[in-house]
Write a new protein. Sequence first.
Length: 250
Amino acid sequence: MSVAAPWPVGYRRKAFDVLDSTNEEARRLALAGEQGPVWITAGRQTAGRGRRGRQWETASGNLAATLFLRPGRPAADCAQLSFVAALAAHDVVSGYVLSADVRVKWPNDILIDGKKICGILLESASSGTAVPDWLAIGLGLNLATSPERTETPATSMAAFGVPAPAPAAALQALAASFAGWYRLWHEKGFAPVREAWLARAAGLGTRIRARLEGGEWYGVFEGIDENGALILREAQGRIRTIAAGEIFFG
């Protein structure tokens, strides 16, 4: 993928200097009847968040973006778009940082030499049906700086000696790549997305610790299934499938 790829046809963008959260703006757009797809960005977020309600810092020079869209697909299918977004973010990071190992980490992070550079958060709302009314795909990408004192060590593009791209340039590369992977997902389903994700996966075949709300499990990361759930091989060869949680290597 070229980092100079043109803006994808059919996608709009809304840029703000300051927002509480780009995902919250997506929620407001949904209530206002927006159909999407539209990319929302903020130079600074006052209430950005990550998974499990954690605060997500968006320092100046980094990218805070959310794609608002209405896929019109069941919730299980919409969850697969986390992997689509991860592939797009991987394309962007590897397109700028050529001398490092860029990997995708289940379920929704991007690592560069083992350190987190991008997080992804999907949020949606339903009117009581199995098909969500809308979907917000939020991404925080560390271009110029990274936060300190994080559970998973964080980094940025600039930390690798790469001139940090402007957030607008990174967004354009991200939007172009996402549009391509999204089109593939629409036309071919999750199988080719899963294959591409596994080819870029961190820790595949190694021992990991999986943390869920109900406890922790240890085993070998065998891959992901046809729905994107993690496959963990425990002691005595027992297989555990994990739909949601966090994993730690080593």
